[in-house]
Design a protein around this ligand. Structure first.
Ligand SMILES: *Cc1c(COP(=O)(O)O)cnc(C)c1O
Length: 580
């Protein structure tokens, strides 16, 4: 079954010895990878607006960044995901957010139609389009059809979700064969992609491999990446749904029997079978890998290897700042921290920081020029304006409303500096609780004649806003309830673009010690709030003092550059998948 290892040299003309050694190392990682045997990455969500695919949050951004990094470092890589023919945008009307649905056509984004394939559901054949877009050594392969629906449409245990997941798994597996690709490794970005590994197991068994051998083989080549903390919160499917959507696509009775046995009282959580089919399992930060509470079917606690998420530094760093990092030997050509990078951080002077901030502010102003705030006002910030931002999904555990619990205090902090507070975050469709919290927040802001002009909510949070704010604002506020953030990547965009970070010690932030940024902690939410206000005051004074500003921004980078480098993340995955 195993083929001869294929020696792949991503870098062929290397003069530099150090680069050459790196290339040798990389050759080791990729010896089982080739353009016909790529690293395959399965995800229901991709956030890649340049390629016409809009995601919901961090899971999708991570997927897009992982492929981009593979492209930069020369890893043969195929990302398999749905192309959703419709997407939701949010607009503000009378101080409230409303959803708007927009049709998207893959032809507009350079995808090419490959062929039609079929999967079976509910006694019917469902016709799916396979489309593809290539980028050097990597590609995005999509499964789609006109009625595929939107990302996360319907409830998570619904028939439509199962249809989408089965289409991606079985359809995507057929698509790989159509394109002449064999997965060297299958990385499952969350359990919704379980059906891809199931399709592989089914194919091996129906081609005559002994069932247990096929399980061992599939397990050895499957990595399950978990982003969730509690298994109990996961939706279940029932056996009757599997009889309609899953079993018709299985050729092997043994595989079907194996699955059948995994149901408990007619219900199944996909995590339980994903754990069975993937020997390699990872969590997305040190803290998350430690606390994720998952059990296998035998009741044993599942161990997750900590591989903290990183971001694509080329995509997320202001070009001026990135060139500077390269020139100052802080980041190398492959997106890794330079070996001695900490000793070069002194090059980050307050003068430079202020020049970069002015350049970032231009980008922010550009982005905001088409996106009015809740009052219909187009914002334009001057170089001397001071901006706090909160930019992340508007979900409960991230506590977007926290600073607004004491509006008088908030005003006392902002007003002396004339500071602004910009909120960008999408309310999840159908999340009435958070839509209500946003309404109350905006109501609170409206009642105060300072806040109403200086607190801005920008609807339809997306990659552009995330980027504009990370390079154009001064301070980022990240206050998830400790223990609930798996990793978070928004704060990474801030660190790399020289924003001060105010944060609780959670997710990937907790990979380093709490002394490295403006930490918010407390035994109660009231204590945390007091601390948050103190940190906001401190942040304003830090920006007034060149020495403090350099010191803190250098310290943030010293502690977190190795964490946030996406190249480091991909290398960690490769080390884990192909140990020396
Ligand atoms: C970076 C980014 C995210 C991820 O945010 P988290 O901090 O990981 O929750 C979500 N949405 C958009 C648009 C982003 O750019």
């Amino acid at each position: 079954m195993e083929e001869e290892p294929y020696f792949y040299h991503p870098l062929e003309n290397i003069e530099d010895v150090e680069l050459f050694e790196e290339a040798v190392e990389r050759t080791h990682f990729t010896r089982s990878l080739s353009s016909e045997r790529p690293y395959t990455y399965w995800t229901l969500e991709l956030y890649d607006q340049d390629n016409g695919i809009r995601g919901g949050g961090g899971l999708g951004v991570l997927a897009a960044d992982t492929r981009r990094i593979a492209e930069q470092v020369g890893i043969p890589f195929a990302l398999i995901t749905p192309f959703y023919p419709s997407e939701t945008h949010q607009i503000m009307k009378n101080g409230q957010v409303h959803d708007e649905h927009i049709d998207v056509n893959y032809h507009d984004y350079g995808f090419r139609f490959i062929d039609n394939i079929h999967i079976k559901c509910c006694d019917n054949l469902c016709k799916l389009d396979v489309i593809e877009k290539r980028f050097k050594n990597t590609r995005i392969i999509c499964i789609t059809e006109p009625n595929f629906g939107e990302l996360y449409s319907g409830m998570s245990g619904s028939d439509h979700r199962l249809y989408q997941e089965v289409s991606l798994g079985f359809g995507g597996y057929i698509a790989l064969k159509l394109l002449g690709l064999k997965p060297a490794i299958m990385q499952l970005n969350e359990v919704a992609t379980f059906f891809a590994a199931l399709a592989r197991l089914d194919e091996l068994v129906s081609n005559g491999m002994d069932f247990y051998e096929a399980v061992v083989y599939t397990r050895k080549h499957t990595l399950y990446t978990n982003h969730t903390l509690v298994q109990a919160a996961e939706a279940e499917f029932n056996i009757e749904q599997f009889r309609r959507f899953v079993y018709p696509n299985l050729k092997s009775p043994a595989v079907r029997k194996w699955l059948d046995d995994k149901f408990m009282n007619g219900q199944l959580k996909l995590s339980s079978v994903t754990i069975e089919i993937a020997e390699l399992r990872s969590g997305v930060s040190k803290l998350h890998a430690r606390v994720a509470n998952y059990h296998d079917i035998a009741g044993n606690k599942v161990k997750f290897k900590a591989i903290t998420n990183g971001i694509d530094l080329e995509k997320w760093t202001l070009p001026e700042i990135l060139s500077f990092y390269h020139e100052a030997s802080i980041i190398d050509t492959f997106g890794f921290p330079d070996v001695d990078f900490t000793s070069h951080l002194g090059a980050i002077t307050a003068d430079k920081i202020r020049v970069f901030k002015a350049a970032g502010r231009k980008i922010l102003n550009d982005t905001l020029s088409t996106r009015p705030d809740q009052n219909g006002k187009i914002l334009h910030f001057g170089d001397n304006d001071f901006i706090f931002d909160f930019k992340r999904r508007f979900v409960d555990y991230k506590r977007p409303e926290l600073p607004f619990k004491n509006p008088t205090k908030l005003r006392e902090i902002l007003e002396p500096r004339g500071a602004h507070y910009v909120i960008a975050g999408r309310v999840h469709t159908g999340d009435e609780i958070m839509a209500g919290k946003l309404r109350i927040l905006l109501e609170t802001v409206k009642q105060d004649d300072y806040l109403c002009d200086h607190v801005h909510y920008i609807a339809d949070y997306d990659e552009k806003l995330a980027y504009g704010l990370s390079c154009g604002s001064n301070v980022a506020v990240n206050v998830p309830i400790v223990g609930l953030e798996a990793c978070g990547t928004s704060w990474m965009k801030d660190i790399i673009n020289l924003n001060l970070l105010i944060s609780t010690h959670d997710g990937g932030v907790a990979d380093a010690s709490a002394e490295n940024y403006l930490n918010v902690h407390g035994m109660t939410e009231d204590e945390e709030l007091e601390e948050l206000y103190r940190r906001m005051e401190e942040a304003i004074s830090v920006w007034n003092n060149d020495f403090d500003l350099e010191f803190l921004l250098q310290k943030q980078l010293a502690a977190y550059l190795p964490v946030i480098s996406g190249s480091r993340m991909l290398k960690d995955y490769l080390d884990f998948l192909f140990p020396l």
